[in-house]
Ligand binder design. Structure first.
Ligand SMILES: [Zn+2]
Ligand SMILES: [Zn+2]
Length: 152
C-alpha cells in the first residue's frame, strides 16, 4: 500500500487511542506491526506480514495475529475472505468490489459509485452496517483467453 506520512501518523494515533480505550499496554511491537501492515501490498495475509516482521522483530505469530485483529476492530484494517485458504487484509478506508478469478485466483479491485450510493441508502431494522464486503466471482480475461486457446 502506498501511504502518505500524515495518513500513517493519523492511523497510529487512532490505534493509540483505541489501545488506551481498551486499557491495553502500548507495546512497541503493536506499533511495529501496524507500520509493517501499512507497508504490505493490498490483500496481504498473516503469513506474509509475519515473515516481514520476523526479519526485524522478535514477535510470535500469535501476537501478529492478535494485533491485526485489533487493527480490524478499530477499523484501520479490514478482513476479507477472497479465497478459501486464508483471510486477506487491507486498509479499511476505501470501498470497492473484488473481482475474483475462479481459475487463477487473481483479485482485481473496482470502484463503483452507483454501488456505493446504493449501499449508503440501505437501511436495516435493528442493525447498523459498518462495511460491505463484496466478492464477485468469475473468470478473468487472461484465463478466458487461455481457456479459449486450449480448446482450439
Ligand atoms: Zn484468471
Ligand atoms: Zn480490496
Amino acid at each position: 500500500m502506498k501511504i502518505d506520512d500524515d495518513v500513517r501518523i493519523r492511523l497510529k494515533e487512532k490505534f493509540e487511542e483505541f489501545i488506551k480505550s481498551k486499557r491495553m499496554r502500548q507495546t512497541p511491537e503493536r506499533f511495529a506491526i501496524l507500520d509493517k501492515a501499512l507497508d504490505q501490498h493490498v490483500h496481504f495475509d498473516i503469513d506474509e506480514l509475519y515473515r516481514d516482521i520476523e526479519k526485524e522483530y522478535r514477535v510470535c505469530r500469535a501476537t501478529v495475529y492478535n494485533t491485526v485483529e485489533l487493527l480490524c476492530e478499530c477499523n484501520i484494517l479490514r478482513k476479507h475472505y477472497l479465497n478459501e485458504n486464508q483471510a486477506a487484509y487491507e486498509l479499511a478506508d476505501d470501498r470497492h468490489l473484488h473481482l475474483i478469478c475462479m481459475s487463477c485466483g487473481s483479485v482485481r479491485e473496482v470502484r463503483d459509485e452507483k454501488f456505493n450510493q446504493y449501499f449508503e441508502q440501505l437501511k436495516f431494522k435493528q442493525f447498523k452496517p459498518t462495511f460491505v464486503s463484496t466478492n464477485i466471482y468469475g473468470i478473468c480475461s487472461q484465463c478466458s483467453r487461455k481457456n479459449h486457446k486450449d480448446l482450439n
